[in-house]
Ligand binder design. Structure first.
Ligand SMILES: *Cc1c(COP(=O)(O)O)cnc(C)c1O
Length: 423
């Protein structure tokens, strides 16, 4: 494999036209689209229009005339196409953390309302030890709020199957691990959860826009995910939330099943009814007024993924990650790097991690040379490969830079640096 081979791969890449949809700075190889997606060219103009025309001129009329009131559902319906859901099962709202609170509380409520089930007997929320911390915090906070009737059972990646039994209330997992990129088998685990009488809640933060997801095919119960990673919605973009139609139906009589009861979750917000009556649709997972500017940026981001199609994204993602692993091991194999991601591409998402004893300093040195990935404590170099805008020659050049940094110990001066607040 040579740099010219990579140039040839780019020439034959069916997604090569999509790179021009983004503004990427000169001299930067961006391998962090799993943390903050790149800026689509169309976003600035669209957001400017929303601000100057819809807000500036339309003022409050734009809730109707520019259909602001439907925006969270419209963007949700687009996200639904990326995650194998029906258009009216997804809404964009709040952050991933807040949405997790909503769906986890709802799932526990569904469980405790089944007459044959004792909460104390079916008390466990099964999750992965190395889940994204916010998911663990939210679950613990909810358990505390509910008076410690439940317990969070944290197990290793390969212990999930064995941990699910008739004492499991909910299986709460992140589909693709935020550090290693290891991917769970959503179909198998959801089936196992259901066979044991449990519900399955999936966090798709590192999946949506990167790997094909088939929520309804897997019979998933609830899901949530992030708008600013592979969906390119911009920093702090609204997140999304999915609830299966069967649960939306089953919950209609239970006003506070989704406990963040806000006026936009009411069946008729503009009746200003003094009694809360939840919408029977996914709207009940909305709480308060969404940021229209942020949702508008998210819509452009989601469109960039929709135009590519999930299969093309997945094949390129696999090719990029395989190439990266192969080149790093060939060229930097004796430099103290160890692959921390699954070697088999079928078992991972679109990111690759290597451990290194001085991972933070090495990443700082890479970033100074224009190769942007990130560091994840304690010792991980993490590289994300957004197939829409990462090219094969990017991979070659990134590994070449990594090789130089390691071979010439260029990271050493950075080793003494104080860590920034955001790594
Ligand atoms: C990025 C990420 C989040 C982020 O949550 P926010 O509330 O949007 O900050 C949550 N869960 C997982 C698994 C993530 O990867």
């Amino acid at each position: 494999m040579t740099r010219d081979d990579c140039i040839a791969l780019d020439a034959g890449d069916p997604l090569r036209q999509h790179r021009a949809v983004f503004t990427l700075p000169q001299g930067v190889i961006y391998l962090d689209g799993n943390s903050l997606g790149a800026l689509p060219r169309a976003t600035s103009a669209h957001v400017r229009d929303v601000i100057e025309h819809q807000w500036g001129e339309g003022l409050i009329r734009s809730w109707n005339s520019a259909a602001w009131i439907d925006l969270a559902r419209r963007v949700g319906a687009k996200v639904a196409r990326l995650i194998g859901a029906l258009p009216d099962e997804v809404i964009c709202a709040d952050s991933t953390s807040v949405n997790l609170f909503k769906v986890l509380a709802t799932a526990l409520r569904l469980q405790s309302s089944r007459p044959q089930v004792s909460v104390l007997e079916r008390r466990f929320i099964v999750t992965e030890k190395t889940n994204f911390p916010t998911d663990l915090y939210v679950a613990e906070g909810l358990i505390d709020l509910l008076g410690h009737k439940h317990e969070l059972k944290r197990v290793d990646f390969d212990e999930i199957h064995a941990a699910i039994d008739d004492r499991t209330a909910v299986v709460m997992l992140t589909h693709v691990n935020f550090r290693t990129g290891a991917m769970h088998d959503m179909h198998a685990i959801t089936r196992l959860a259901h066979d044991a009488g449990a519900l399955a809640v999936w966090d798709l933060s590192h999946s949506a826009g990167a790997v094909p997801v088939a929520l309804n095919d897997a019979d998933a119960d609830f899901a949530i995910g992030c708008g600013y990673k592979y969906l390119n919605g911009g920093p702090g973009a609204p997140a999304f939330v999915f609830a299966a139609t069967r649960h939306l139906r089953a919950l209609t009589g239970d006003a506070y099943a989704q406990p963040l009861a806000g006026w936009l979750g009411h069946r008729a917000p503009f009746d200003f009814d003094l009694r809360y009556q939840p919408a029977s649709s996914i709207d009940r997972f909305a709480v308060g007024t969404p940021s229209i500017v942020a949702l508008s940026a998210l819509e452009v981001g989601v469109d960039t993924v929709l135009t590519a199609g999930p299969d093309a994204l997945r094949s390129k993602s696999i090719a990029l990650t395989d190439l990266f692993v192969q080149l790093v091991e060939q060229r930097c194999g004796d430099q103290g790097l160890h692959l921390a991601s699954p070697r088999n591409s079928a078992h991972r998402g679109s990111q690759i991690c290597f451990t290194h004893v001085d991972a933070y300093a090495v990443m700082q040195a890479l970033i100074q040379r224009g190769v942007i990935g990130d560091f994840r404590a304690p010792d991980l170099l993490r590289f994300g490969f957004a197939p829409l805008y990462v090219s094969y020659v990017n991979i070659w050049d990134a590994v070449d830079t990594l090789h130089q940094v390691l071979a010439h110990a260029e990271w050493r001066p950075a080793a003494s640096q104080v860590r920034a607040r955001v790594t």
